[in-house]
Design a protein around this ligand. Sequence first.
Ligand SMILES: C[S@@+](CC[C@H](N)C(=O)[O-])C[C@H]1O[C@@H](n2cnc3c(N)ncnc32)[C@H](O)[C@@H]1O
Length: 427
Amino acid sequence: MTRRLPTNHDVILLYAGAGNVWNEEHAFSPYDADNLPTKTAEKYGHRDNEGRRYQLDNLINPNPNRPNLTYEFLGVTRVWRWTRERMQAAYDAGLVVQPAPGRVPRFKRYLDEQRGMPLDDVWTDIPPINSQAAERLGYPTQKPLALLERVIRLSTKPGDLILDPFCGCGTAIEAAQNLGRGWIGIDVTVLAIDVVERRLHRMKLKKKVDYEVEGIPRDLDAAQRLFDEDPHDFQLWALTMVDGQPRDGGKRGADRGVDGLIYYQDDAKMILPTIVSVKGGRNIHADIIRDLVGTMHSQDAKLGVLVSLHEPTRAMTRAARDAGSVEAFNKLRPRVQILTIKDLFLGKKPNLPPVHDIISAAAASRRASARRVPKPPTSDEIRLSPSFKYPIPGGLQLDAQRTLTLHEPLLEFQHEKRPRKRKRKSR
Ligand SMILES: C[S@@+](CC[C@H](N)C(=O)[O-])C[C@H]1O[C@@H](n2cnc3c(N)ncnc32)[C@H](O)[C@@H]1O
């Protein structure tokens, strides 16, 4: 039994120094035409031929002592808000209407031209990233783009530099880029940097032209250093080089023979895993290959990949060859493939059917779950379900990271092909 109420909000702290920016014009939430507050719907109760909502607003000047704004318009003399020229222009544009001859003309104020609802400090208009969100990348703590865009719009100017020192999958980076701000993203996790790079690629930004990546190995010495410093980080990085995803979300600890999985699509449009084993040490031998084959067998995986920092021994190459070939996606492929880090730096990739990286796997998972009847989560589910499938290494305690609810699995191991329902014949 928990002894507290469910946490249902995050708090954004705003710190500002001298010369800080506050863009009042962005402190509004656009109206949702299908879900207007009752008062607004009543106020904007008229609709034009195109169905646009408007209200008839007052054109009379509250100050009666404005001789230069006192004139006759459409047969009515009053002190108007506007000069005659401006009034005439608005009338010609169809924005000034006279309800009946002799009545006071009024201004047609359209709802969709208003700035929206003034924001307060409770934001409920930006939904969290759920399993169906088109922007979902599969990064567990991903925040909605609209949220970061709002924060950046409100508090910075175009051309400013945004620093996100815990950038995760780079939502702040995408928001900053979209809004013409410069950006720097930092993350301690190799996985995060990999997702950010894939995201930038999707945004058509080019490495070395539009941005630089620091701290990721670019040569064998750097790869060796990473392994010496932190074998686990080396493993996560090596997996990104083969479009793999870490087992158990990259948690440290026993790997049970599987360091990661590369998801691919086979002939029957099923998403299947390739088992990946990563070795950074020099002590490598044929038993590693035999273990990999054993794991593939126990996990029912057709294909396996060994990524090694060092050159495989001849016995290893032989053991891999002895594992034979298997047909996948209409092609015969080696069941066990050995790739060295050097191969990967040279651009070689495992011989696999079309691979799902973390972003496309998230899209596939979204498509698959879209075929099911979407069911909104109950409040208990929101409270109980972990908001993401794996903790971020080096991040906060899992509990403290629970900010979003993802009630669909991050990745689905295998999607069964569902038989199509027959359409009933209409009589
Ligand atoms: C809540 S997530 C950020 C999510 C991000 N806003 C997004 O939309 O993806 C926090 C990130 O901080 C990173 N992190 C944790 N400790 C860090 C550290 N000491 N230095 C840099 N990044 C760190 C984690 O790897 C994680 O990706």
